[in-house]
Every structure is written in structure tokens, then in C-alpha cells.
Design a protein around this ligand. Structure first.
Ligand SMILES: *Cc1c(COP(=O)(O)O)cnc(C)c1O
Length: 355
């Protein structure tokens, strides 16, 4: 039986997607060839790429609104650099809410002036800073919508005239937002969309072409757009699996439907964290608890061996917290069934009864 997979990334994908993907590795589209042994310029693969690009815009409600999508390589980490290469001329404003924001800041600093408008570093990133000001002359404002490691999530994005760039690697397609408020959205595939190896980048086209520097071709969004995301050989398998996941989500009813399930999963787990005297949540402000990655600790660490044994026996995988937080992290991405959350809650209750 498949394990209850709470892994933070790479992570769980829908079982039906996995089945179709493995079939395509053997025989794709009845071509009697594998998906990974045909040309990326073949009609069959070009259709996959176009489908994936179009579905991503459709699900985010960004079709015919001046946006284009790309499937690039180098992970979300490459976007830390690409965003700055393509947008940073005078100065950029960054909100620092965790490890990934800090890394984005480090890269952008290589290319220009950077203002850290807010940071939650003082409390090991267990909250989302509020009441910060974005300088009106910034080229863009960058934030991380969901902090995968610390388990915080932004619910309210600032109202500003400055273009907004958002790293949505770990909560894209999980909740409804007004995505048209963002000028660039990027997300590594391996948290909610597909295997590691491709990064979805959504770009409002009119934001580009404003910097004076020469941009290396592979880092230039305009180059990738002009080649329909095929400037070089794309990561064919990760793009294909991402397309299958996006089709799966569309058939389910889209983001608004998956959001209802995600809300329910988060509600069930956080209620238990709050109710069970053996556990405590890591995030200080409850309204910014992540619905994707719930971080929590045992009040008494001497129970950890017992707890670890119980969840392992229940067929749970990937519950250990990130080394910079400790404790536990339950990642509840789109494909994680509600049943898996119920099993985890049962284990937590079980520990309480036996303690
Ligand atoms: C995982 C993650 C990253 C890093 O992604 P890579 O694809 O490994 O570069 C960046 N940002 C966030 C929010 C993440 O969760």
C-alpha cells in the first residue's frame, strides 16, 4: 500500500498522474516510442508544452490578460537570479520571510541596490511581517507566498503601484488569489505540480525590456518567450508530468475546488495541534499558518522516539521538520488525500493516550 506522504519536496503527486506518466515513459501517444526518446521539436511534444503553458494560465485566471508562461530549468533558485537580471535597474524591495527569501535577496544583491522592507528573522521566521512600506521608486517588490521550511503563508499582499514578483513554489495552484495583481510568479515544479527539473514562470509581458544591462540569453525571459519556451531542450518529462497534474486539477474543478479540500485538511491538523497538550505549533500568529506546510513540535522531546515509531508504523513518510526549525512538518500539498491527515491525527491522539 502507498504510504501517507507528507514530504516537503519533492513530494506527493496524484496517483493517476503517476500511472499516466509511467505509461508514457514506455509508449507515448501510441507512437511506440517513449516520451523521453522523441524530439522536443516533434508535434507530439510541442503539443505537451503548449498544453502545459496554456493550462497554467487558464487555472490561474490569467488567459488573455497580457501574461505568458514558461517552463524553464534551474529550479526556483535560478529565478532568484533571473528576476534581478530582467527587472533590477535602480533598486528592488524584498520581504524576508525565510530561507528562500534570504537566498533570493542574496542573488539580487549581486546586481543592484536592494531594500529589505521587512524581515521576521528576529524570531526564526515564525511570523509574517506587517505594516512595512515599499519605496515607490523600486523597480519591483519580491515576496515568498508560502514559506515551506517555517510554515508561514502570506494572506494579504501589499497594495502598491510597484510591480509584484512572487515565489509561489510551495503553494501555487493551492488557493484562489487575484493572480492579476502579480507581474511575475514563479514556482519550482516539485512542490505542487510535478517532478523536480522544471520551473513554471508566469510573466506579464509589459514588465520586460526596461533594463539597460545585457542579459545572457539563457537568463533572458524575452529570449525564452520568443522561442515559446523551447530556446534550449526543455525538461521534457517534468513538463509532461506537470501538464498531467494541471489536467488533473482542471478536471477536479480547478483551484477553487482544491482550495476547499486544502482548507479542510489544514483545519483538521491545526485543530489537533491546538487541542492535543503534547504538541505546540511553531508559527506565532495563527492567521499566517501555512495551509501547505504545518510546522509543530512536541512539548516534551523525550516523547520523540515513541512518536516517530508510531507514525512510521502508521505508514507515514516525510514528517521530520527541516533542520533549521526542528520538530515536525506535515506538508499537505494538493495531491495529499484527506485520509492521510486523518491518519496523522489518529497517531497524535494515540500518543496522547499512551503517554
Ligand atoms: C523549494 C523552494 C525553493 C527552491 O526551489 P529549487 O527548485 O530547489 O531551486 C524556492 N522557494 C520556495 C518557496 C521553495 O519552497
Amino acid at each position: 500500500m502507498k504510504k501517507h506522504n507528507f514530504s516537503a519536496g519533492p513530494c506527493i503527486l496524484p496517483q493517476s498522474v503517476m500511472q499516466k506518466a509511467s505509461d508514457a515513459v514506455i509508449n507515448f501517444n501510441d507512437l511506440n516510442l517513449s516520451l523521453i526518446e522523441i524530439s522536443h521539436r516533434s508535434n507530439d511534444f510541442v503539443e505537451v508544452m503548449e498544453n502545459a503553458r496554456s493550462l497554467s494560465l487558464e487555472l490561474l485566471g490569467l488567459k488573455d490578460k497580457g501574461y505568458k508562461s514558461l517552463f524553464l530549468q534551474g529550479g526556483a533558485s535560478m529565478e532568484f537570479l533571473m528576476v534581478a537580471f530582467n527587472l533590477l535597474e535602480n533598486k528592488a524591495a524584498y520581504l524576508n520571510t525565510g530561507t528562500w527569501s534570504s537566498k533570493a535577496i542574496k542573488e539580487a544583491k549581486l546586481l543592484g541596490e536592494l531594500v529589505e522592507v521587512g524581515s521576521s528573522k528576529d524570531k526564526n521566521f515564525n511570523y509574517i511581517p506587517k505594516g512595512y512600506t515599499i519605496p515607490s521608486d523600486a523597480d519591483y517588490f519580491h515576496c515568498t507566498s508560502n514559506n515551506t521550511i517555517f510554515g508561514t503563508q502570506i494572506n494579504e499582499f501589499p497594495i502598491t503601484e510597484v510591480p509584484i514578483v512572487c515565489d509561489m513554489s510551495s503553494d501555487i495552484f493551492s488557493r484562489q488569489l487575484d493572480f492579476s495583481r502579480f507581474d511575475i510568479i514563479y514556482a519550482g515544479a516539485q512542490k505542487n505540480m510535478g517532478p523536480a527539473g522544471t520551473t513554471l514562470v508566469i510573466i506579464k509581458e509589459d514588465i520586460l525590456g526596461k533594463v539597460s544591462r545585457t542579459i545572457p540569453s539563457m537568463l533572458d525571459y524575452q529570449v525564452h518567450l520568443s522561442k515559446d519556451s523551447m530556446f534550449n531542450t526543455p525538461a521534457v518529462f517534468p513538463v509532461y508530468v506537470s501538464m498531467l497534474t494541471l489536467e488533473w486539477l482542471k478536471n477536479l474543478g480547478g483551484i477553487s475546488e482544491i482550495e476547499k479540500i486544502n482548507n479542510k485538511k489544514a483545519e483538521i491538523l491545526y485543530s489537533e495541534i491546538d487541542r492535543n497538550p503534547l504538541f505546540t505549533g511553531f508559527v506565532s500568529d495563527k492567521e499566517n499558518r501555512s495551509k501547505m506546510n504545518a510546522t509543530f513540535n512536541l512539548v516534551d522531546n523525550s516523547l520523540s522516539n515513541r512518536f516517530d515509531q508510531l507514525w512510521n508504523e502508521a505508514g507515514i513518510n516525510g514528517l521530520s521538520g527541516h533542520r533549521s526549525v526542528g520538530g515536525y512538518r506535515a506538508s499537505m500539498y494538493n495531491a495529499l488525500p484527506l485520509e492521510s491527515v486523518n491518519i496523522l491525527v489518529d497517531v497524535m491522539k494515540n500518543l496522547e493516550q499512551k503517554a
